[in-house]
Design a protein around this ligand. Sequence first.
Ligand SMILES: Nc1ncnc2c1ncn2[C@@H]1O[C@H](COP(=O)(O)OP(=O)(O)OP(=O)(O)O)[C@@H](O)[C@H]1O
Ligand SMILES: [Mg+2]
Length: 150
Amino acid sequence: MTFPEIIEQTFAVEGGFDNAGLVSSQVKAFLTGHNLPKDIIRRVAIVTLEAEMNICSYAHRGHITVRVLPHFITIEAIDEGQGIGDIELAMVEGYSTATDKIRSLGFGAGLGLSNMKKFSDTFRLISEVGKGTRVKMLIHIPREFHPPRG
Ligand SMILES: Nc1ncnc2c1ncn2[C@@H]1O[C@H](COP(=O)(O)OP(=O)(O)OP(=O)(O)O)[C@@H](O)[C@H]1O
Ligand SMILES: [Mg+2]
């Protein structure tokens, strides 16, 4: 019996803006060369950038793990940070607690979480105030890009 290949990589994300955006470009490079459609890579890059920016903005540190399975890709962002007290409110488009510093960098429109939900097929967020936040997303790979059964 052969087991499907699972490819995964974990990227560390530091709080603050010194390296903001680095991980999502590394994830994009990691996915290139795996016979994935451009649209799927684009969606993974969007949700990864939003997750990364939220760690940079609202957490001390975190990491993002990307797994490529035969039929789908998962993106999991886990951080140690302030956490989210009211998840429903945080999900509202336009709601943001971004500081002036974050806004001066062009972020803080309050659209990151809703974009993550919009561009993924499954979106789950759990959080504990004062501890941290965990976002897990899944994006299906279209059938014509599934590896041949062997
Ligand atoms: N990882 C996180 N840890 C703590 N709080 C978070 C985290 N992610 C989001 N939040 C809270 O939820 C709010 C909404 O997040 P969202 O990503 O939707 O918008 P934003 O980061 O404020 O702006 P944008 O993503 O459009 O630049 C944030 O302003 C913040 O208060
Ligand atoms: Mg955001």
